[in-house]
Ligand binder design. Structure first.
Ligand SMILES: [Zn+2]
Length: 187
């Protein structure tokens, strides 16, 4: 892969809570980890949105009058997921800290949006430059994998259940699914 369209993440100074807001392609992200995930999704998905999301059936969206998205009104509180990948109907929630109190929102969104074919994937630090992926399953998290469809070439996330490509719907499992954790590509 030609890395030139994907410039390096620029780490900013640590703030008072010990997090370093960092820049990727001129956009400031709340942490170095979020900026790294932005670069990674930029490499693998044609369209992605940061801190935004679509209207969902049965879940109220909080928006300003001009449409700026504030999040979904869940029973556990308002929640704005970090990334929305429309081609595979997937939200990504980036977590530097996997404390269970911080997971109530993505777990509730996953449960309520599942009937609409939407999934929520929690992304956290793995070894080295890798990410670890989890999917809410009931009240628990199960490991998820980063798959590539051998029919359409799309990347998608798989966590138990059917392995059909979330982009094209083809069940083209062979050769496509990697159990290796996703790796941030080198520069
Ligand atoms: Zn496909």
């Amino acid at each position: 892969m030609d890395p030139s369209p994907y410039p390096p993440v620029e780490r900013g100074p640590h703030n008072h809570i010990g997090v370093a807001p960092s820049t990727y392609k001129g956009v400031l992200y709340r942490s170095m980890l979020e900026a790294r995930v932005a670069r990674w999704v930029d490499m693998h998905f044609p369209v992605w949105l940061y801190e935004s999301g679509p209207n969902l059936l049965g879940i109220e969206s909080a928006r300003t009058l001009d449409g700026l998205f504030y999040g979904y009104q869940l029973d556990v509180g308002r929640y704005r997921p970090d990334f929305w990948l429309p081609s595979v109907r997937t939200f990504l929630e980036v977590k530097g800290d996997m404390g269970c109190h911080t997971l109530a929102r993505p777990i509730e969104l996953a449960r309520r949006a599942a009937p609409q074919g939407i999934q929520v994937i929690v992304v956290t630090r793995g070894k080295g430059v890798r990410f670890d992926l989890y999917a809410p399953c009931g009240r628990d998290l199960v490991p998820a994998t980063f798959a590539r469809c051998s029919a359409c070439g799309s990347r998608y996330f798989h966590a138990g259940g059917p392995t059909d490509c979330r982009a094209c719907g083809v069940a083209s499992f062979t050769g496509g699914l990697s159990s290796a954790p996703p790796k941030e590509e080198s520069r």
